[in-house]
Ligand binder design. Sequence first.
Ligand SMILES: [Zn+2]
Length: 543
Amino acid sequence: MPARFGGGWLRGNRMKKFCVVGCMTAILLAAGGMRAQQAAELPALKQEAAAEVDKMQLLTQQMVDEIFSFSELGFQEHETSKYVTGILEKNGFHVERGVAGVPTAWVATYGSGKPVIAFITDIDCIPRASQKPGVAYHDPIVEGAPGHGEGHNSGMAVNVTAALVLKKLMDEHHIGGTIKLIPGVAEELLGTKAFYVRAGMFKDVDIVLGAHVESEFSTSYGTGNGEWSGLVSVQYFFHGKAAHAAGAPWEGRSALDAVELMDTGWDFRREHLRPAQRSHRVIINGGDQPNVVPSEAAVWYYFRELDYTHIKDLYDLGNMMADSAAKMTGTTVDHKLVGSAWPPFLNKVIAETQQKNIETVGMPKWSEADQTLAKALQKEIGAKVEGLKEKIDPLAEPAKKPTGGGSDDIGDISWNVPMVYLMYPANIPNLPGHSWANGVAMATPIAHKGSTAGAKVQAMTALDFFLQPQLVQQAWDYFRDVQTKEVHYEPFLSADDKPAVEMNKEKMEKFAPQLKKYYYDPGRYKTYLEQLGIQYPTVKTQP
Ligand SMILES: [Zn+2]
């Protein structure tokens, strides 16, 4: 169970230094008074935070551009983690590396006592999404290489900027509490956050403020717009017997046959599953060459549904089909869970607080060049041409009937501690997602300005909770009395499941040397666009 904020709450950082034995009660009263006084100053403090974020625009832009240039796939975010933790350590944060058995995962901490506010955001990228920023058509930096075709390169710029500003304000105004930063490693594989929870990383955390790139500026609560599913990601490895495929096929047992029969079985069964399910697969090993009966073959499934019970049902069904396919083909099968995610459920109290900050900060001011890039890209890919968003929508009620859709492993965190997920406006609307097109804006002024706006909201929302203990209490009341009243978290992980940290290793080893030539050098170039010699925006001329 996550800890509720308790006795440590009033202990400010600086207060501790001046305390002598016996003075605790007086100090607590004084600190309580201090926090009340600070709460009165909250609007001014938030304004100061926003002004400080503005002063840090150069570093924010550099982080966006640098992480974009690293382009690292899930579990292989070595350069990204080294770079970000370097900045945090230089600024006085304590960093613990290799947490939860994941080499590229870490926790950076500053401050002490309650409340503990954790910032989380993803850092991994997408296979084959390499793309020159600021160019409104497909033009990879390195052909076939991974790239930030999801925009995760901007998240740490948001959270680190916010954390550095908070640290400054906490020091200057003697604000007590603890900041933690955590990276979403291998989010695209739904690969780590359930392991983070299992490792107890959120046990002492009071509030989690997640951030994710979007084309809009928004937050949500409950099941949000209903377009979220949970999932399990499972790889099935079939083992058969090799033989000459023409000379003695009767001696062989084909593992590939089992993969194909499992797929056929699943596709027939699909008609009889709930419409809310989403399931898809890739064959990760289809054998070596046609004249050898494949002794090894493997298929990788994502099974998605709206809640734990239905996801578990799909998982059991998948396992049954794999066993049946093995029986039919005289092969054997074993499976490995490589990712899992509960559907996210976000906290109403934090969302309402955050929404006010979103409205105070407002949308970034887009330039004509930003809009030109956005419209040219929308036209290029055949999407609705409407440029960048200019307006903020009010906080919406959660969807009455969730339909399901994509997944995010923050879901597991959201069922263990009150959490929201800020969507900050750093990308172009109407894009397909997980593709080169989603990388186009991600090292341009669109991403830079959107990240600055996001950092302001993160810092301001953290101040709301640092200075108003009753809000933390209310967030936990909602978590306990509404969210988890009837639904209780059960992990999909078994005790034996381990993070799939070897995934993407070969791919990254292949591409990292080529990508390295294009790593951003902020010492020599003001922006990554400048380094690549890209005119902003580069769009196709009209016919
Ligand atoms: Zn994402």
